[in-house]
Design a protein around this ligand. Structure first.
Ligand code: FAD
Length: 298
């Protein structure tokens, strides 16, 4: 344990970590400590240390799918922000989990690599995207992945099949494993064509709501669009405090100077209205961290 403690001491850390500076909602209270490992060994040491010491902790990518409570989080954060890097290893890419989509796409343009352009403008880390199996309605990151290197107390390499990729879900989300790196297949293409493809997807995304959000709040129920269900009920523009159902896309809830409690209350109010009117129980895609009050009892 002493050796582990010493290893963790040398990892960059931040006491009284402010979640609001690390989430796309710009919301969230503080946490006891955040660790920022800069390589796989550091990440493993921090994970092991927190597990052995029984400390509560969460893993943070780019914070683009999170609603973090306004209340103090009495635990630690493993932030993958500096766990970055991409290497070409034979016929696959090794991508460290904190690498952002933007960094991956710049690498693809520079090296003439195609197959990832559809991810353009998703403000995520590759680790977060993998855990959530993010992407578009046509294609998810599972389609790129060969294997995933994770640490959950033991070093493991999950095949694509063993990741059990589903609708914004994977094995990694169930077992709270730390994704260290992703191995992805790729093909070659002229850099200018890769760039054109990226611009095509960026243009498509220009219609997305502006403002602080977590993207889509609810998963699409099988065969339905959550946004359309909410829109059909006339809930666009519905507000609680500083939180508002986007007028541009009903599955987005925008933070207009509110709190996490406002956003949470609005999510639950939308869910309740949808359930009472249509019988559909929308499932949240957004991930909650910390404690929230369920005053609406949904
Ligand atoms: C404007 C906007 C547009 C968006 N558009 C899309 C879209 O088109 N498609 C889409 O799929 N999503 C979209 N999202 C949502 C979000 O980007 C994705 O869900 C993404 O997968 C989250 O990645 P992240 O790195 O931000 O993860 P975080 O939000 O930080 O974390 C998400 C979950 O993954 C876990 N996690 C993160 N990194 C790791 C790791 N290394 N190891 C283990 N667990 C980890 C966290 O603990 C948490 O449970 C959008 C969000 C915004 C704000």
């Amino acid at each position: 344990m002493r050796r582990l403690e010493n290893a963790v001491k040398s990892v960059k850390s931040e006491p009284n970590f402010d979640f609001s500076k690390h989430t796309t909602y710009g919301l969230g209270g503080r946490a006891k400590t955040a660790y920022f490992p800069q390589n796989e060994d550091e990440a493993v040491a921090v994970y092991k240390y927190l597990k052995i010491s029984g400390e509560k902790f969460v893993i943070l990518g780019k914070g683009s799918n999170l609603l973090v409570s306004d209340k103090y989080y009495d635990g630690s954060v493993i932030c993958t922000k500096y766990l970055q890097g991409i290497e070409i290893e034979g016929n696959c890419l090794k991508i460290l989990s904190g690498t952002t989509v933007q960094q991956l796409l710049s690498f693809c343009v520079k090296n003439g690599i195609t197959g990832f352009e559809y991810l353009a403008a998703i403000p995520a880390s590759i680790g977060g995207l993998t855990v959530m199996n993010g992407g578009t309605s046509d294609r998810r990151i599972a389609s790129n992945i060969l294997t995933v290197k994770v640490f959950d107390g033991k070093m493991r390499e999950f095949s694509n099949k063993n990741c059990n990729f589903g609708n914004k879900h994977s094995t990694m989300s169930d077992i709270n494993a730390l994704v260290l790196a992703v191995y992805a297949g790729f093909e070659r293409e002229k850099p200018e064509i890769v760039e054109t493809n990226i611009n095509y997807y960026l243009n498509k995304r220009k219609l997305q709501p502006k403002g602080k959000s977590c993207g889509c709040v609810f998963k699409n129920p099988e065969g339905f669009s959550a946004g359309k269900i909410i829109d059909d009920l006339g809930l666009k523009g519905m507000r609680i405090g500083g939180a508002e159902v986007s007028r541009e896309h009903a599955n987005f809830i925008i933070n207009n100077g509110g709190s996490s409690a406002d956003v949470y209350a609005l999510i639950k109010a939308v869910k309740k209205t949808v359930y009472e009117t249509t019988g559909i129980n929308l499932e949240e895609e957004v991930i909650y961290i910390g404690e929230f009050n369920d005053e609406l009892n949904c």
